[in-house]
Design a protein around this ligand. Structure first.
Ligand code: CS2
Length: 486
């Protein structure tokens, strides 16, 4: 038996199911990037909104490239399970806010039409950092990105997220429709402003007027979005199907914690997000920096150094007290760079992060978080380092995390085995590593010279010295010893 609308009544009583008539849900949101993160976070919030009696906010999810999610979910009416894992046990809930799916590569025109449809009032995104086709260091559109070049030549059959947004907004403008809100839910610095800049820059390449209309009339609220969502494994699928008594081809695994802070600026209305637990604020920036510099920075530090030390998951890494201390130290040293609104308890936030990372039921692989470091380093680690330097504070802890990343992108681990490095710049890093050899004094400056990641900061001798020293220690004694001695 397969999960599906017709089978909802057959779910065991312990499985939470949609508390509304799923057949009445109408689309209001198009979401680009139908990955596990979206399905474990925003789609759950929208499920709550639907249950609260707002059936007009169903989600049409689009994968930009791969048909896998659509192929798994369409045969089960787009229903799927979230498995919320804690040390005490797992809670299962079937989500029904996703009511349709598209695969952009297969039929870009249909997705553009969907987004341009009057009923679409929000276009949200989780396309990962690299999906914005920008230069992470500057936040500007990368005009030479192959997908951007393609989309300029094929404006009605785009490939990239900025291409789709601009195609759909141009269509709405031509038809006299009001624009949708563009709601970025990725871990970019100042994500709404950054995506606004990228989209406006792309639109201006098509037409100055279109660029101006977008910058004048489209809302791009910033968001801070947080929930840890490891990749679903076959063992997870089997466990969920077992609990459900029916097959779910693509459930998502997550933790109990969830947080969403959103700026309350929407072009065409929004569901009652506050009633669903979302924090609506005037300025998200402090919350976003707090998350990037505390959670994501220490996550990346644990991922690179933990992987090198032979740890498979973040919880395994945290079980080593030296690594737990390192994570705490990254957070402590980043915390002094933050200016938070009154009433924010950063110390409590840090404690809760350490607990979340230690969740033994969540098998979050270090390898998964290590992905795409070139897109993540600036907003997670480099900003805080610059800030600390400007205050005359040491940067050795963060430098060790950066050195861990460098050691990782050489693509050879401490035992001489190949690391499967996933990063848009992986080839460039491997070539630099090859040329430099395993010599910190050569490799560190070579990688710091990659302007897309480090920009002018890469030439700062204080950064170079700190990172070279840390990398030297990683080569001399390995990640485990280096972290233990830190
Ligand atoms: C992680 C994030 O993979 C990564 O880089 O740091 O996906 C992290 O789990 C989320 O941002 C948590 O909200």
């Amino acid at each position: 038996m397969r999960l599906g609308r017709a089978n909802l009544d057959r779910l065991p009583s312990g499985i939470r199911r949609p508390a509304y008539d799923v057949s009445r849900v109408m689309p209001g949101i198009v979401h680009l990037g139908l990955g596990a993160f979206h399905r474990a976070h925003q789609a759950v919030v929208i499920d709550d909104c639907l249950a609260a009696g707002a059936p007009g906010w169903g989600i049409i999810g689009a994968s930009l490239r791969s048909p896998d999610t659509r192929d798994a979910l369409a045969p089960q009416d787009h229903l799927y399970t979230i498995a919320v894992r804690a040390a005490e046990g797992t809670a299962y809930r079937v989500i029904a806010s996703l009511i349709g799916s598209e695969v952009a590569r297969e039929n870009p025109a249909r997705l553009v039409a969907r987004m341009a449809d009057a009923e679409t009032r929000i276009v949200s995104l989780t396309v990962t950092e690299k999906g914005y086709c920008h230069t992470p260091q500057t936040g500007d559109l990368d005009e030479r990105h192959p997908d951007i070049v393609h989309d300029l030549n094929n404006p009605d059959a785009p490939r990239s997220a900025p291409g789709f947004i601009v195609a759909a907004l141009a269509r709405r403008r031509a038809q006299g429709l009001s624009p949708f809100t563009v709601l970025c839910c990725d871990n970019l610095a100042a994500n709404g402003h950054t995506v606004q800049r990228i989209v406006t820059q792309f639109a201006a390449l098509r037409s100055k007027d279109l660029g101006k209309w977008i910058s004048d009339s489209v809302a791009f609220p910033c968001t801070m979005i947080d929930r840890i969502v490891p990749e679903t494994t076959d063992a997870d699928r089997a466990a969920v199907s077992n609990a459900l008594g029916m097959d779910d081809a693509w459930p998502v695994m997550t933790e109990p914690f969830t947080q969403w802070v959103v700026e309350d600026r929407f072009s065409a209305g929004r569901p009652d997000l506050a009633a669903a637990g979302v924090e609506l604020v005037a300025d998200v920036k402090p919350f976003e920096l707090m998350k990037l510099r505390l959670l994501n920075a220490s996550h990346s530090a644990l991922a690179y150094l933990g992987y090198l030390a032979g740890y498979e998951t973040i919880a395994d890494t945290m079980a080593d007290p030296h690594f737990a201390r390192l994570a705490a130290r990254v957070m402590e040293e980043a915390a002094v760079t933050l200016v938070m609104p009154a009433g924010t308890d950063l110390a409590a936030y840090r404690v809760s992060l350490l607990q979340r990372f230690s969740n033994p039921a969540l098998h979050h692989r270090t390898w998964q978080i290590a992905m795409d470091g070139s897109q993540k380093l600036p907003q997670r680690l480099l900003g805080a380092m610059q800030e600390r330097l400007s205050r005359g504070l040491p940067i050795a802890t963060h430098a060790l995390a950066v050195a861990g990343w460098m050691r990782y992108v050489t693509a050879t681990d401490e035992q001489g085995r190949t690391i499967d490095v996933r990063d848009p710049l992986a080839k460039e890093f491997a070539a630099l590593a090859n040329e430099a050899g395993p010599v910190a004094e050569r490799l560190a400056p070579a990688l710091l010279g990659v302007a897309k990641v480090f920009g002018p900061f890469g030439a700062d001798p204080r950064l170079r010295d700190a990172v070279t020293a840390a990398l030297g220690r990683l080569y001399a004694q390995g990640a485990r010893r280096t972290v233990a001695d830190t």
